[in-house]
Design a protein around this ligand. Structure first.
Ligand code: NAI
Ligand code: MG
Length: 480
């Protein structure tokens, strides 16, 4: 018997109205182990209706900011109380190693804690205006917010997008990815247990084409938040535009790690590898390009090669260096890149564990270099355990190559020269820069988001509270 997971709509656990279901498969062996509702526009409609009622005159709309903050904080505590359970569901659903899944659940709790504490610390302002007026700016929720999230970090991205929206008083409808959506469903159940009133949080599972598209085009939504591919992001943004609502898009990247010759090798080699190996490379902010100053290129490539050769992909419960990819579709996509006829020189490859089941979606971690900055591997997001190295001459050249893709999400700069650190950080076209470190994922406190094809809008930090609220100016003439 496969375990059945249900939608949460209007405070109730429900099957899809059509009764249809989808199989949930474990990437480590490809076998089904659970079922989720295959929801359609009808279920999305019910969820939006429930959210509207919650935000218009429901119990949710009458809570104070302090009350909302307390619920979020309580949810964070419940997440930690259920750490082991959520960790094993996340690992089984995504194929990621147990330690990474555990880290993700801890980060999930941290999002609820951070936004629980921030709910009552953000407000509007009063403005200097003519003396016979009082001009004030109120900060208000959008109303009903729609959230479409991907499969790579289901629980973290659930919390990243919902916590600030809820802190600001929106009622939310979330469509998780069909490839991995069990922790979002479980987190919704925990939210109900924490005391979130009916309709404030609705989670509806199903495919992108059915449930996702229905949510994106729904006229009852006041704001849309999307994380996923640039292609789907564009179609979601077009749907939002037809309803004249704003959206935020987080669409991945081709983030560079730039290594200057004066950087400390013992500090960066490990982080260059981890920056792309985490979650088997299926991370929006993966450091998937390494740019190395030419005087050091051979030495750095050798250091990376020996580390890549020592990596092993394996089943999540063996806590390997990296797990399987999310699906066979994703595996084929990555293998197509590895086998491009004009690919750069393949320097090194890691292994797949002998105990890895044949049905799992494993890909050997692979290092390429030297690669032309124009090669497809240097330009396109691969979303797999693949690192591409390119050499540069000097600072100008490094900045030019780093900025030479359509993406711009994160960048890493490795140098001991303090002036150069700041010059390069300012010259890079992206949303986050790390100096002598690299943070793929994590960092609840740090505003995050892209430029160009990486999307727009900021999440995380106090910035997300602005994303999920809007301003209303009230001008009061009180006379002299
Ligand atoms: P996708 O963008 O199609 O899926 C993301 C979410 O959008 C899922 O919940 C999906 O069900 C939903 N969706 C799909 N089609 C939709 C539609 N027409 N309307 C509304 N929602 C829809 O991404 P996919 O196909 O799973 O992955 C393809 C590539 O996208 C990956 O190889 C990777 O390069 C990139 N990606 C980037 C992510 C990031 O973190 N920025 C996350 C996932 C994928
Ligand atoms: Mg799955």
């Amino acid at each position: 018997m496969l375990k059945r997971y249900l939608n949460l709509i209007d405070g109730k656990l429900r099957t899809a109205l059509s009764g249809r279901e989808l199989d949930v498969r474990c990437p480590s062996d490809g076998l089904p182990f659970a079922k989720i509702p295959a929801s359609s526009a009808m279920d999305i409609n019910a969820a939006v209706k429930a959210a509207r009622a919650a935000v218009d005159d429901g119990e949710w709309s009458h809570l104070s900011a302090v009350g909302r903050g307390r619920l979020l904080t309580k949810l964070g505590d419940l997440v930690l109380d259920n750490l082991d359970d959520l960790t094993s569901i996340e690992a089984m659903d995504t194929g990621k190693p147990m330690r990474e899944a555990e880290q993700d659940i801890r980060m999930t709790a941290r999002y609820f804690e951070f936004y629980g504490g921030s709910a009552d610390k953000i407000g509007g302002e009063t403005l200097p205006y003519f003396n016979m007026f009082n001009a004030q700016v109120l900060r208000e929720p959008h109303g009903v917010t729609g959230h479409i999230i991907p499969w790579n970090y289901p629980s973290q991205i659930f919390a990243r997008t919902l916590a600030p929206a809820l802190a600001m008083g929106n009622a939310v409808v979330l469509k998780p990815a069909e490839q991995a959506c069990l922790t979002p469903i479980q987190l919704a159940v925990l939210a109900r247990e924490a005391g979130f009133p009916k309709g404030s949080i609705n989670v509806v599972s199903g495919t992108g084409a059915m449930a996702g598209a229905a949510l994106a085009r729904h006229r009852g939504i006041d704001f849309l938040s999307f994380t996923g591919s640039p292609k789907t992001g564009a179609s979601v943004a077009a749907a939002a535009a037809r309803n004249r609502i704003a959206c935020s898009l987080e669409l991945g990247g081709k983030s560079p790690q730039i290594v200057f010759e004066d950087a400390r090798k013992e500090e960066y080699l490990h982080i260059l590898v981890q920056g792309v190996i985490q979650n088997a490379g299926q991370t929006c902010s993966a450091g998937s390009r390494v740019l190395v100053q030419e005087s050091m290129f051979g030495e750095v490539l050798d250091g990376l090669a020996s580390r890549f050769e020592a990596l092993t992909a394996g089943p999540h419960d063996e806590d390997p260096d990296l797990g399987a990819l999310i699906s066979n579709v994703q595996k084929k996509r990555v293998l197509r890149y590895l086998n491009l006829p004009d690919r750069p020189h393949l320097v090194a490859q890691g292994n797949v564990s002998p105990s890895a089941p044949a049905g799992g979606h494993y890909v050997r971690p692979t290092l390429f270099g030297p690669a032309s900055e124009h090669s497809r591997l240097s330009q396109e997001e691969i979303f797999g355990p693949v690192l591409v190295c390119t050499s540069f001459k000097d600072e100008r050249d490094a900045v030019r190559i780093a900025n030479g893709t359509e993406y711009g999400l994160v960048a890493g700069i490795w140098t001991r020269d303090g002036d150069r650190q700041m010059r390069v950080a300012k010259a890079l076209h992206c949303g986050q820069v790390f100096i002598n470190s690299y943070g793929a994922g994590g960092g609840v406190e740090l505003p995050f988001g892209g430029v160009g094809k990486s999307g727009h809008g900021r999440e995380k930090g106090m910035a997300a509270l602005h994303t999920f609220s809007r301003l209303k100016t009230v001008v009061h003439h009180h006379g002299l």
